[in-house]
Design a protein around this ligand. Structure first.
Ligand SMILES: [Fe+2]
Length: 168
């Protein structure tokens, strides 16, 4: 990342996202702890129970396990930040769908609403980082050179008796 502000934003959001993972894992654990296999099967979690019991297993709602392929990094700060912005919107949309599904459970709704709001804030912060990086990359660069030194260097190429002011 080409500027310090953007590095700090990435560090802050990355740290917070790990805490969100812990919150979501805790919600899932609390919802399934002590639930019988029969009850899990009735609500469509028979396959999950077969593979994972009631352990928290990181996967999509459709059952696709989390993999590194979900992490989009291209080696380009503009492309990476655009991916981050899209990821925040997808997270917001996912939380909104979860909120729709959990309408009757305030103990789940409140943390989901909090997490949704944080994704909106992350989107804003990534937007700030993108602006900052674009400004940094668009800056004109000024270089200072000692023209007399360059003249001597050019002369040195043709005449080895001249002093080279740039050599050590
Ligand atoms: Fe986020």
């Amino acid at each position: 990342m080409p500027d310090e502000k953007s590095k700090a934003i990435l560090n802050d959001i990355g740290t917070e996202e790990l805490a969100h993972l812990e919150m979501v894992g805790s919600i899932v654990h609390q919802l399934t702890d002590g639930v019988s296999a029969e009850e899990l099967e009735k609500v469509g979690l028979g396959a999950y129970y077969t593979d994972h019991g009631v352990d928290v297993y990181p996967s999509a709602a459709s059952g696709v396990p989390f993999t590194a392929s979900y992490i989009a990094c291209k080696g380009d700060p503009i492309a990476n930040l655009q991916e981050d912005l899209a990821a925040e919107q997808k997270a917001r949309a996912t939380y909104e769908k979860l909120i729709n599904l959990c309408y009757d459970d305030p103990d789940v709704l409140d943390p989901l609403r909090f997490l949704r709001q944080r994704e909106v804030i992350h989107f804003q912060r990534f937007g700030e980082a993108l602006n900052s990086v674009q400004e940094k990359l668009a800056q004109k660069r000024f270089y200072q050179t000692n023209n007399s030194c360059m003249q001597n260097n050019n002369n040195n190429n043709n005449n080895s008796n001249h002093n080279n002011c740039c050599s050590n």
